[in-house]
Design a protein around this ligand. Sequence first.
Ligand code: SAM
Length: 350
Amino acid sequence: MREYPDQEQRQTAYTHWYRESRSQLWPFEDYKFIDDGGIYTGMRAVHNPGKEGYRYDVIHPVTGNPCRQPMMGYRFPEGTMRRLVDEGRILFGDNESKLVELKVYAKDYRSKLSSLFELDGRIGTNEIKAIFPESKRPFDFPKPVELIEELLSFTTSGNDIVLDSFAGSGTTGQAVMTLNQADGQHRRFVLTEMKPSIARGVTSERIRRVVEGYGTGKGEVPGLGGGFRYATLGKPLFAANGHINPDVRFAELARFVWFVETGTPLAGKAPASPLLGVHAGRAVYLLYNGILKDKSAGGGNVLTSPLLDELPPHEGPRVIYGTRCLIKPERLRHLGITFKQLPYDLKVTR
Ligand SMILES: C[S@@+](CC[C@H](N)C(=O)[O-])C[C@H]1O[C@@H](n2cnc3c(N)ncnc32)[C@H](O)[C@@H]1O
């Protein structure tokens, strides 16, 4: 790199060397190109294998015409392709008649998935000790990050969500983040851990340190960036018959209703009012478990005209959850109210 700062001269010198050495370059015999990032090749990894993929136009940067599409379409959604193009990771031919390819550097090369991995059994323990220097034995028998990364690199890509329901020390989360950094993908992860002390003190703390960086001096490891949400399980909201579990309190159902309605967690303590909050101009109300201290049948869970007058006001659209509604649909429409019936309209479809 230092010897040939000029890109054209560097490629010429590399081509010369590549032609002479090709017979000995396996498995890098297709890596014909070089640039500031190193030696690279073009791969058909943007093409969808087997079944029909995504269809959209990728514009050739010189001719301005759409490039020929792969037979089964593209493997990634359009947004991902646009990002890859912006990052200079897509290789174009001289004109639009050539299928585009993904630029893959030799430094990111991964061999075929092997049925046998040979790794020092102490690696996982050393990794976790480096992240938790203050602790003698943070976790027994953690897996090495490299092992999980290797497995994930063959089985996941794009925005895939990796679930580890026995998360332990959180190796899987770290592997997802390091792999994303290496290959520019956007995998996400869900880790579950049943022991609260491990979940808080090890699993989530490890992920936090890996995100923010850890270690000092020579052992300093920069953070990988990103973030995560720490959640705890409440009691089951629904009984086996689909009805709301009678033990569920207003605050617990309120959090769930808010999440289903807005896709975001309810910040802070659940309000002691049927008005849970306003999201994107829309007020969300929940009538449940006598929140209005109503002694009537249904305990104030039925939307009636007098009850509507009691609700905290909101200028703009309103969504109201309750067990029944005795107001006519035309009036609701006129008032900008959408009524949703408990428990049936609480479908978890997100
Ligand atoms: C063998 S460890 C996982 C080690 C992990 N692969 C690592 O590298 O650290 C298994 C973990 O799963 C947790 N666990 C066991 N049963 C569980 C369950 N039903 N739900 C959630 N976590 C569970 C245990 O508390 C333990 O921390």
